[in-house]
Design a protein around this ligand. Structure first.
Ligand code: GDP
Ligand code: MN
Length: 377
């Protein structure tokens, strides 16, 4: 998960990296008040999780509080690369003497971290790297050793950064490692006319696997895009909308992935990916069925469960009780195998719903669901 600039700078400040004074707001009226508090002249910055805001007109200097209100009104609601601006940050302007680029990224291929630094900050680092690769230093960082003062000095020297940046490089490493980040980037890191080193922009990407202990930033990304995906995300389901006609529910990502393949192999197209995981409670089953059945392109639904820790009779109970709250409008093909499969099948048999049929094998069930989807045309 990416953080907003104002969240990234919070972390920077907590780790002793200097940032300009700033406040955020979603109202242009309040922007005027904030500008007054900050001394009148401010930089108004769109808060969106994408770079290149400056070029897109999302970063502007306002000379006084009245101009700040006007500028905030212009920037709020603006679209920057598909991101709508809902919040602006107003920051005290800084007298820039020099702009640098510094970042730490996880280099998955090399299995290590990489410090990337350049004395040519302010512009897009990709452009600098393309035009003058020698201007960008790339130094591997041993994760066990981390960035000591000596390592930081090596990075600064290689990139041609002034010695005052060494301390910031160490602190930025602390942000990466102590805040569960996989990327931290400051562009530009600036030297002011007074010789201070300040982070004027910040990007932090957190490790999603650590989200459970980072509730401060929200436990899930606000879903955007497909309304079914947003609905599923709100219900805590692992759902991805696809463009076919066979709805799919399974337990375990691997099984669901291979179910998609088998359905495709039968000449039909999967309408979605939905992994109900280990629990498969009645609630999860009802939620999952509801999301899938509200997709108008779905013609049939395939439930493919291999009971390991999950018992098939619990899944069957889940389906049966889901029928209380879900109006089944499309044929449901169920394949139950593994732990307590016989009991699970018996539960569904005794419910005897006209739209539910059971097929004992994965291939057979996929073929049946594919046929039903094609027949429905
Ligand atoms: P980005 O375009 O999304 O990377 O947004 P930045 O936060 O990096 O802002 C773009 C540019 O605006 C920076 O590279 C700076 O040159 C400039 N800028 C941002 N804040 C200030 C400031 O306080 N004073 C001055 N003079 N320029 C600033
Ligand atoms: Mn920037």
């Amino acid at each position: 998960m990416d953080l907003y600039e104002h969240q990234a700078r919070e972390l920077f400040a907590e780790h002793g990296i200097l940032v300009p004074r700033a406040e955020i707001t979603d109202s242009s009226k309040e922007a005027r008040e904030i500008a007054r508090r900050l001394g009148g002249r401010v930089v108004v910055k769109a808060q969106v999780k994408t770079g290149g805001r400056g070029k897109a007109g999302g970063v502007k200097v306002a000379a006084d509080p009245a101009a700040a209100e006007l500028t905030a009104r212009q920037i709020l609601g603006m679209d920057i690369k598909g991101h709508t601006v809902g919040t602006v940050m107003l920051a005290q302007p800084v007298d820039i003497e020099d702009e640098f680029y510094v970042s730490y990224v996880l280099d998955r291929t090399a299995g290590t971290f990489l410090a990337i630094a350049s004395a040519e900050g302010g512009m897009e680092i990709e452009e600098v790297a393309a035009a003058r690769p020698e201007a960008v230093a790339r130094i591997p960082v041993d994760p066990a050793e981390g960035v000591t003062t000596a390592t930081a000095a090596r990075i600064a020297t290689a990139a041609g950064l002034p010695p005052q940046t060494v301390d910031v490089l160490v602190r930025l490493w602390n942000v990466l490692t102590r805040e569960d980040a996989v990327l931290v980037e400051v562009n530009p890191l600036v030297r002011t006319a007074q010789g201070q080193i300040l982070a004027l922009d910040g990007k932090v990407t957190l490790d999603d696997n650590a989200r459970f202990r980072r509730e401060r930033w929200g436990t899930r990304e606000t879903a955007h895009g497909d309304p079914l995906e947003a609905d599923a995300a709100a219900k805590g389901l692992n759902y991805v909308k696809l463009d076919g006609e066979v709805g799919i529910i399974g337990n375990g990502a691997g099984l669901v992935m291979s179910t998609l393949d088998v359905v495709a192999g039968c000449g039909a197209r999967p309408a979605n990916f939905l992994d109900i995981g280990g629990g498969a409670s009645a609630r999860t089953m009802a939620d999952g069925l509801n999301v899938i059945l509200s997709d108008p392109s779905v013609k049939s639904v395939l439930v493919n469960v291999f009971g390991g820790i999950t018992a098939c009779d619990a899944v069957a109970d889940g389906i049966v009780s889901a029928l209380d709250s879900v109006r089944l409008t499309k044929p449901l093909v169920v394949r139950l195998d593994g732990n307590n499969a016989a009991r699970g099948r018996a539960v569904l048999d005794s419910r005897a719903h006209p739209l539910i049929q059971q097929v004992p094998t994965m291939d057979g069930a996929a073929r049946r669901a594919a046929e039903l989807a094609t027949d429905a045309d």
